[in-house]
Ligand binder design. Structure first.
Ligand code: HEM
Length: 216
């Protein structure tokens, strides 16, 4: 039987399952706690930005390919593009030669390879796009407020990643994004694959988050 629930509602349900509980395991929270409350060196803060750099480089390169093939690709959303802000954050924490100082962790590498491997298929690309950008527009905004306060980033330098200056209202934008999901016209099978891919993207993000503890 065809499932009549909207794609955005289905993904939201998958997302509720994907949010890991903070007490899931003993190693959790150390880097994350210090990221939110202070106590990391600049180089350690940069590890989070480096993770973002590799993932967004992959997502935004695939997006450019989609747009080349189809200029009307519904998930263009130029106001979401993150790479230039991440590069400025990395320069802030590591200096002008930041690029030579970062490399992907094992999970980040597998995450990037997965995006490259499946990202030509619009529905699987959307899974990765949704999981990252909606996270940034949701929990990411709370993380940003705490991180900025803890590290005294009052002029916003060093945490530009979390800023979406071209988005006037995040709640309205999220509704627009959800409308694009619901109008995408994916088949039932594609939607099931998309949901699985979102689960996989959560696993990558949760594991990569834990790997950040290795810089402590
Ligand atoms: C400390 C970490 C996190 C916090 C506090 C947090 C918090 C939240 C909250 C409160 C929402 C609901 C916002 C709303 O009502 O629209 C949300 C949504 C979301 N989060 Fe997180 N989150 C965290 C980590 C993550 C991670 C690691 C991911 C995966 C990369 C993620 C992906 C998402 C997505 C995709 C949504 C949108 C769900 C939807 O409306 O479709 N979050 N998050």
């Amino acid at each position: 039987m065809t499932d009549t629930t909207t794609l955005s509602a289905r993904l939201r349900a998958v997302s509720f399952g994907g949010h890991r509980q903070p007490d899931d395991d003993q190693t959790d929270g150390r880097y994350g706690e210090r990221y939110l409350h202070g106590g990391l060196t600049g180089a350690q803060v940069a590890a989070q930005a480096a993770l973002h750099f590799f993932v967004y480089e992959a997502i935004e390169a695939k997006l450019a390919e989609h747009l080349e093939r189809d200029p009307d690709f519904a998930f263009a959303f130029p106001e979401l593009i993150r790479l230039p802000a991440i590069e400025r954050d990395l320069e802030h924490w590591l200096g002008a030669d930041w690029r030579s100082q970062i490399e992907p962790t094992p999970t980040t590498k597998r995450y990037v390879e997965r995006i490259q491997e499946v990202g030509d298929q619009p529905h699987l690309f959307v899974a990765h796009h949704y999981t990252r950008y909606l996270a940034d527009l949701s929990g990411g905004q709370m993380i940003a407020a705490m991180h900025r306060e803890a590290y005294g980033l009052s002029d916003r330098k060093g945490a530009e990643f979390y800023d979406f200056p071209e988005i006037e209202s995040i709640p309205e934008f999220k509704n627009e994004y959800r409308a694009a999901l619901d109008a995408a016209g994916f088949s039932d099978e594609q939607i099931r694959e998309l949901e699985d891919e979102v689960r996989l993207a959560y696993d990558f993000n949760n594991q990569a988050g834990q790997e950040l503890n290795s810089v402590l």
